[in-house]
Design a protein around this ligand. Sequence first.
Ligand code: KG4
Ligand code: ZN
Length: 349
Amino acid sequence: MQPDAPVLGIETSCDETAAAVLAPDGTVLAEAVLSQPGHAAFGGVVPEIAARAHLAHLPAMVAEVLARAGIAPAGLAAVAASSGPGLIGGLIVGSSFAKGMALAHRLPFVAVNHLEAHALTPRLPNLGGLEFPYLLLLVSGGHCQCVSVEGLGRYRRLGGTIDDAIGEAFDKVGKLLGLGWPGGPAVERLAAQGDSTRFALPRPLRGRPGCDFSFSGLKTAVAHLVASYPAGPLPHADAADIAASFQAAVADTLADRAGHAMAMFAATHGPRTLVVAGGVAANATLRAALTTAAHRAGFGFVAPPLRLCTDNAVMVAWAAIERLREGWADDLSHAPRPRWPLDAADMRP
Ligand code: KG4
Ligand code: ZN
């Protein structure tokens, strides 16, 4: 590896097509993210549409970021791609493209675990270069878990959802309220106009030991509430009160579960920093609840800027840079996989 050369990162694990060229010191030389249109009409990500769109957009996007960074493929240190977990069609497109480039230009290939990429983001030097260990709360449409980040490749899952991911719950409530997809941002906007104390909704698992989550009962409670109204669109004020009451229930639940996770983490490492990542971290009410919970537990609180919290390729390139520094790269025979837990045995060579 050329130690000062930049790394190309590729992200295609869900419905964002992304590419980035990152210098080893964390400077972003160029990046692009396309949030694929075409899924909203179906009320969720359609894997086949996503894979075809990655295939259609990725080659031109890679050429564009390399041109903007002013670098030829042969001048890269390595090519990295999200290789799981995620939708297998998209993972095959991104990792095959990266392997093709690596083979053609005799570059190392790094198969990045997408969750590790989220987990290592706060270590980017321009975000302050957070030191290990820290506690990660990953909350997105597909993930909802608490992870003790102890070192490169060393992750301990403290708990996670036993049914729906938190973003999924927002998306389902958005659908019930007739807000379209994705529901999260729309639910948050509507909640701002509502009374969060009007409906007493369940706080699933609150007070129970451990830091697992459950959102299906809360979602069902919202579905019953909506069904108690006459058919047709809900009166606006009622929809806003439901959105606000739902969001308050999620905030309480999240603060409680994160509190348990911090206690579990602190038992080994003492109080450190709580990091929240994933698309749901965009929600101001949830961030505020987590900030309060962190301070109560004596933890610092970090939420990376939103464009680095949601799916992007900068985080993929950064995870690769950290791995390459340890001399870790992957074989071109590395197979992408839809499931790839962070505490899998092969996270360390
Ligand atoms: O990380 P992300 O962009 O993609 C993955 O799921 O991997 O997260 C998207 C999820 C969606 O479920 C979306 O509804 C949710 O994050 N989300 C929000 C907000 N913005 C996005 N949920 C609650 N409040 C928001 N402001
Ligand atoms: Zn993600």
